[in-house]
Design a protein around this ligand. Structure first.
Ligand code: UD1
Length: 421
């Protein structure tokens, strides 16, 4: 069986790393089965259950060959290469070199380049993850060439058609042959849309595989070193906050990049004023800043104000371990990122999600998670900020967020077409 899996943007990398590892583990398991079958040919009574050849009604053991395609949507070293290195992802076999552009440009160029790859490689499956432009472009291209599509992280719905990611999710899920869901709410969304039950497999959250595999490395980092190594160049030198304020639970962590928050000055300016006037007096804010957000701050004349506040600690986009460590130690997180919402649920970090909706309701406090939706209205953000400061860190683990999702993804693919157990 030949699988091509696709990554394009930063949030894809932590999802594909465990999947590639799980393929390797599956192949080595299969070769053990093969060799034990040939060594003990006729006397099956001597075999353990693991060594028995597969039941005729289930799949035949097979080798899975795998190619990784990077569309090139995120191309900066800090947005891409650093993650490949930190998460031990093998270099992409093929890079489509798509880069920045409008949505149509990114999607169109990816489709043109990916079609050539598919014609050449003729895979049995294309595996896409998440909801970025690469996910949409490659699932459509594969489906049109009659290649089966598997979507990891299927069924998430914000029901907000202004979010480009929601459109990507809807199209990808509508086309996918195999839909692997992170939680039962997502499986339910798919059933309600009419997806055949046999095509949906609840596997858990693959992001948590990466979190669990990297926890111990992250724990060893220090906040001071993360700041020192990632301070944004070009900003005036950030006066070093007093060491006491960098102790765990003495800083806020923030990320913001959604167009709905950062693209309009009438939305973005009051948020920035709130952060500078009302949060930084309480505690420093560590803010690894996305390239699009930095551009918008400059465009709206907010840049000077932000960099001149000594308690606003601006960093470049940071690595996976660094972000995990900051999440482990932050008093509170303010974010519009889906991945951070999920990680803060497992780590228990009280989280304000600066969105009006979420495709990940399982991360909300009413479903047992750590986050609350605050939209981008300052009154609401202020109220929930003060409420949230009263909460303590309470780690939670939704069903099957157990660090073993990637193995279930590979099993689901190789068992596709056979009866569900
Ligand atoms: C994309 C994803 C979003 C994800 C986010 C995480 C889509 C529709 N959106 O949004 O779901 O949460 O990534 O990062 O796929 N840029 C750089 N260097 C890079 C990449 C981007 O400077 O390596 C700049 C470019 O100016 C670009 C802008 O950031 O125009 C936006 O990048 P883009 O890939 O279009 O979307 P994101 O906002 O990153």
């Amino acid at each position: 069986m030949k699988i091509i899996s696709v990554v394009g943007a930063r949030p894809n990398f932590m999802k594909i790393a465990p999947f590639i590892r799980a393929i390797k583990e599956y192949n080595s398991q299969q070769s053990r089965v093969f060799s034990s079958q040939s060594a003990v040919t006729n006397d099956q009574s001597l075999m353990t259950n693991d060594q028995l050849p597969p039941h005729p009604a289930s799949r035949t053991p097979q080798h899975v060959s795998h190619l990784l395609v990077h569309t090139g949507q995120h191309y900066d070293d800090r947005m891409s290469k650093a993650f490949f290195e930190a998460l031990n992802i093998p270099n992409a076999d093929i890079n489509l070199g798509v880069g920045s552009g409008s949505h149509a440009e990114q999607v169109g160029q990816t489709m043109i380049a990916f079609e050539k790859v598919l014609e050449e490689e003729k895979p049995d499956w294309v595996v896409v993850v998440g909801d970025v432009n690469a996910t949409l472009a490659c699932s459509v291209t594969a489906k049109k060439l009659h290649v089966k599509v598997c979507h990891i992280e299927a069924g998430l719905r914000s029901r907000d058609m202004k979010m480009p990611e929601e459109i990507n999710r809807l199209v990808t899920d509508r086309l996918s042959d195999l839909l692997l869901t992170p939680d039962t709410l997502s499986s339910e969304n798919l059933r309600e849309e009419g997806t055949p039950d046999n095509n949906i497999v609840f596997v858990g959250n693959i992001m948590i595989d990466t979190l669990e595999a990297n926890r111990s490395v992250a724990e060893k980092l220090t906040i001071e070193k993360i700041i020192e190594e990632n301070k944004l160049l070009g900003a005036p030198p950030t006066p070093h906050p007093a060491p006491r304020t960098l102790q765990p639970e003495h800083f806020a962590l923030m990320t913001l990049h959604r167009p709905s928050n950062v693209d309009h000055p009438d939305v973005f300016t009051p948020i920035i004023n709130f952060l500078l006037d009302e949060v930084t007096p309480d505690m420093p804010i560590i803010w690894p800043i996305h390239p699009r957000t930095q551009n918008k701050l400059k465009e709206f004349g907010l840049w000077e104000k932000v960099v001149n506040n000594p308690r606003m600690i601006l960093l470049h986009p940071i690595g996976y371990h660094e972000m995990l460590k900051l999440n482990m130690d932050a008093r509170i997180i303010l974010t519009d990122s889906g991945g951070l919402q999920e990680e803060s649920t497992v780590l228990g970090t009280p989280c304000l999600t600066l969105r009006w909706n979420t495709e990940r309701p399982i991360t909300l406090r009413e479903h047992g998670g750590a986050s609350v939706l605050v939209g981008n209205n300052v009154e609401r953000i202020r109220k929930e900020y003060h409420n949230t400061l009263k909460l303590s860190r309470t780690p939670r683990r939704p069903e099957l967020w157990d660090g073993k999702t990637a193995g279930r993804c590979v099993e689901a693919i190789v068992n596709y077409g056979y009866e569900k157990k």
